[in-house]
Design a protein around this ligand. Structure first.
Ligand SMILES: Nc1ncnc2c1ncn2[C@@H]1O[C@H](COP(=O)(O)OP(=O)(O)O)[C@@H](O)[C@H]1O
Ligand code: SF4
Ligand SMILES: [Mg+2]
Length: 471
């Protein structure tokens, strides 16, 4: 149905008064191949900033694809002239993270939903379109009196249902859901995911579901792809991936998801990533994960591993996946958890205490309880403020380029940054590594709590621009 072959999206980094000098590239998506089967769900996960949204936008040609093929029912969308691409846009729809931001507050629901229909010639008149809208509202669990109401009159979950309805009225084949529940309360998340699942069954839809949280895609996905810094590091049928993640990065992501069974929770392997995601403008050579991988060997810094099928459709991009699985490869870096436990053991039993290889769960609580350093926190706040002050200037500069696609892209960058922050508390939930000063993580979380308005604004612009383009 939808097949990506070595898709790359590189954004030029420009400098100079007229922004015409390219000084480098952001390798946002750097060679992704995947296949979404008809009627199935492909879950794409990875840390914020790894290129998930850019990939989704690339499929819809909301950003230019630098290289590679996007085959949709046998047609390569990447090379279609814009005119022809328009016909395909209806069949490929996107549902955005922030439902409020992507709905025009001045339009009522009927107007929002009929806009795209009219543009794509669905329904011969407004009466016919209204009937169709009523039918779809029923399907997404909204009352028909929603038609004359405005986005702000609905709850977050209902607004996401409206976002889904807006995609459905266009009778798409494929829906790309970009962080469809990240902005919603946990209690509402499951309802929206269940709705997506029901709709898939009743309408035969194909999904690409993007999330930074493995727990979100687990139940809905048939196949899951794990992305790190622009490429896939592991892909497997959902159950196989959960039963036995093979790539060190997937293991780390997985170890941040708590297991409901307390016995398993106590025994399970934990890896906490050291350091931040490297910049996609200057990705590490060799295996892109080698700067953070607890098993990184010399070879990893020079040779880039290829995504390879190791049986039953389980693919992994790691030179040492087999050795790691067999337990024969030595750690070259602490797993984070170890570091936390060592500190604890030393504190409890003195300097001679033995190392504990895979520690019990308690270590995490300890790190979470440690006191934040107030000075460090203060230091970070002005930094954040100045970053915000820079933002409008950046937008103006881009607008001065008078290049429509670029204009649409700029708020998206803001969105990506907002997501990076949004992801921080999730990282925080996991036991924090003692070696990373917990205060830094704390300050980030605070900055995040202080800035939801900015985040919303950035998102809202991005989504408006996107919906204008899609519709
Ligand atoms: N229009 C753009 N111009 C330059 N860089 C961009 C643009 N859009 C996204 N990026 C960068 O590409 C990388 C991937 O971003 P994104 O696809 O939003 O990641 P994710 O959705 O996984 O959080 C980030 O480093 C982001 O800053
Ligand atoms: S190739 Fe090396 S650095 Fe990359 S994941 Fe495997 S062991 Fe780690
Ligand atoms: Mg994103």
């Amino acid at each position: 149905m939808l097949e990506l072959d070595d898709v790359k999206v590189h954004f030029p980094v420009r400098k100079g008064v007229l922004f015409n000098r390219t000084v480098g590239h952001v390798y946002a998506v750097d060679g992704v191949s995947l296949k979404v089967e008809a009627g199935q769900t492909y879950g794409l996960v990875g840390e914020s900033g790894c290129g998930k949204t850019t990939l989704g936008r690339g499929v819809l040609r909301l950003v230019d694809i630098t290289d590679g093929e996007v085959l949709f029912d046998g047609t390569d969308l990447a090379k279609l002239p814009e005119e022809e691409m328009r016909r395909y846009r209806r069949r490929l729809q996107m549902v955005f993270q922030d439902p409020l931001g992507s709905l025009n507050p001045r339009q009522n629901i009927e107007s929002i939903l009929s806009e795209g229909m009219a543009a794509h010639g669905i329904g011969k008149d407004q009466d016919e379109r209204r009937e169709k809208i009523k039918e779809i509202l029923g399907k997404v669990g909204l009352p028909t009196n929603a038609l004359s109401r405005y986005p702000h009159e609905f709850s977050g979950g209902q607004r996401q249902r409206i976002g889904i309805a807006r995609a459905l009225v266009l009778e798409p084949d494929v829906i790309i859901c970009d962080e469809p529940v990240s902005a919603l309360d946990v209690s509402v998340q499951a309802q929206v995911i269940n709705l997506l699942e029901e709709l898939q069954e009743s309408m035969g839809l194909t999904y690409l579901v993007i999330a930074h949280d493995l727990a979100v895609v687990r139940h809905i996905s048939d196949v899951i792809g794990v992305m790190y810094l622009g490429s896939l590091v592991e892909e497997a049928p959902s159950d196989a991936l959960y039963a036995g993640p093979k790539h060190p990065y997937t293991k780390a992501l997985m170890s941040a998801v708590p297991v409901p069974d307390p016995e398993v929770e106590d025994r399970r392997e934990r890896i906490l990533l050291q350091g931040d995601l490297p910049s996609p403008a200057n990705p590490p050579a060799g295996c892109r994960f080698h700067t953070r991988c607890p098993w990184a060997q010399d070879r990893c810094a020079v040779e880039r591993p290829v995504l390879t099928d190791v049986g039953d459709g389980h693919k992994v991009a790691c030179h040492f996946a087999a050795e790691i699985e067999a337990g024969t490869l030595e750690l070259t870096r602490p797993t984070g958890i170890e570091a936390v436990t060592e500190t604890k053991a030393v504190a409890a039993e003195g300097p001679d205490a033995d190392k504990v290889a895979i520690p019990a769960q308690s270590s995490g609580d300890e790190a979470a309880e440690s006191e934040p350093e107030p000075e460090k926190k203060k230091e970070q706040e002005p930094e954040k403020a100045s970053a915000e002050a820079d933002e409008p200037a950046e937008t103006e500069e881009a607008a001065a380029e008078a290049d429509a696609p670029v204009e649409a892209d700029v708020p998206a960058k803001g969105e990506a940054e907002a997501e990076v922050e949004a992801a921080v508390p999730a990282k925080d939930d996991a036991p924090a590594p003692a070696v990373d000063a917990p205060a830094a993580a704390d300050a980030d979380a605070d900055a995040d709590a202080a800035g939801p308005d900015e985040d919303d604004a950035a998102e809202s612009d991005a989504s408006d621009a996107e919906s204008a383009k899609t519709g």
